[in-house]
Design a protein around this ligand. Sequence first.
Ligand SMILES: [Zn+2]
Length: 286
Amino acid sequence: MEGNTIDRDVFVRIQTDLLVVGDSIMTDRHHASNGNYEDDDPQNQIGGIIPAFSLSGWLRHGMEKVVQERDGTACHPGEANANFRKDGVYNRDLDAGYHEKGACLDDDDDSGCVILDLVGGFGNRPGKVMRRPIKFSPVRSSVDYTRGQAEGHYRRLNRNVVSRNEDDNREPLRNAELDAVGNLDGCWHLSFRETKPEFVALLAEAIDFLNEHQTDFMHQLGGARNFGGGIVDCELVNPLYEEHELRRVFDRSKGNTNKMEEKDDRWENECLPEFQTALTERVEDV
Ligand SMILES: [Zn+2]
């Protein structure tokens, strides 16, 4: 048997009620507002971009767990020679399922462990997967899921910290504004520069892990976790699907076709197990 292969483009479905990505959501309100933008006007039709940095860190953390569950160690995301303010914490990480970033590289085989090989980052080494930003829009009909877009509603949230002293009548002490996206549902587009079976298995298992641990503080996405932000339902869209099938996943009026069900079957019972075997071998190999 030749083995199964998949395309270089894969999509992760991401659904969350509330996502707060620090102050780094980029909006297109400057076009939308025509100079009259009001933060709190529910009529505003603002789209924007969720940068990939937080998504990437969230995914990587899931991938580290997948490697550790196979009794492997994961590349630490921090440079070993960095001047960590908390050396003790870094060393404790190394005892808890991590190796020093890049320690997995040796002369015979310079691809390193599966995480370093996939995400890159040591000595300007490019990763083998490109994580794209997610473009979101409140107008469902203009969302192109096959281009890694999502339906999502931008809101500027205000948090007030008020005085606790009764005489002050809750006078605000501090006001913080927060960029948030509500009711996000769409696709995160990942492109493999090089597709290896173990990469696909690592991605599939990491997404599964993150979905199962979506309410764990450690595995929520972005900020505002104490307030329920970043609880993400996620699912790897069957990589065997073609574009029209991917679109159908997001069409509430249509169910799966027979052909999609056949592909689900093939993915579950044939492709994924084969890729998982490759991942297990790769993790044991280090
Ligand atoms: Zn490594």
